[in-house]
Design a protein around this ligand. Sequence first.
Ligand code: SF4
Ligand code: SF4
Length: 303
Amino acid sequence: MMKQLVVLSGKGGTGKTSVAAALAVLASRERKIVLADADVDAANLAILLDPIEEERVDFVSPETAAIDPERCVACGLCAEACRFDAIPVEDSVYRVDPLGCEGCRACLWVCPEDAIRMEREPAGFRLRSRTPYGLLHHAHLFPGAENSGKLVSEVRREARRSALDGGADFILIDGPPGIGCPVIAASTGVDLALLVAEPTVSAIHDLARVRGAAEHFDVPCAIVVNKWDLNPGKTAEIERFAARDGLEIWGRIPYDREVPRTLVMRRPITECPAEGVRKAIAEIWEAARRAMDDAGDPFPTRG
Ligand code: SF4
Ligand code: SF4
């Protein structure tokens, strides 16, 4: 049975994508995997995985209304018809607020001048790329574009399709940071969530938020502490939080200057010269594999 693991963090910049890329490398040595980068606002997983683009599909925004000022006679019927107050008027000029428009088309039907059209704007694109570790589904949402949750869902849908078509037994998802709608889209229905934290002042707060979001969707969680030795006191706090909440710590990755050097060379940290870092990530993969094997049906080996 196919398993899905999502890597999350309460905030950006904790090393989430570095951990996800390293797990992808290690998992692919034993399993047939498919990868999904669900961080569509800042998709970085591909940078570390040497991808070759195979397919690119446009992603468009949902329909919103637009008023043609040349045809509009300022009768105001559209504003009266809009239940979402998405047609403000200023100096007798009616216009649609695209952020408020729900695309219901009520304004379109009442306009006596046929001055309203429904429009879709390019909002980003979705990609399928081949990597040495498995197919990668990822996407880019244009700055300011809405509906990242829907784009995340599309990325996951395509990843699942690839996994089913290709007989892959494991989907590894690099989730978005935070706890918003895209995180929910990235986490629903997965078998496990790996929460990556750094030992900072806000670590417990960030972990508690993302853990709460995962728990809401009945997704079991485990924790990885990145750069744990930069603040052993905070790491101990994270460990106490984990113990209190019944969460396993799957690993502690030490700080090492070789890590940023490795990442700058666009290589996963499995290739980091620092042995301690490589050992930590290998232990995290071992824990992940054990947990996935324990989560219901056996997790089949590659072959
Ligand atoms: S209903 Fe049509 S003509 Fe009237 S204000 Fe709206 S867009 Fe203009
Ligand atoms: S499409 Fe619906 S929500 Fe959008 S402006 Fe028209 S009436 Fe309002």
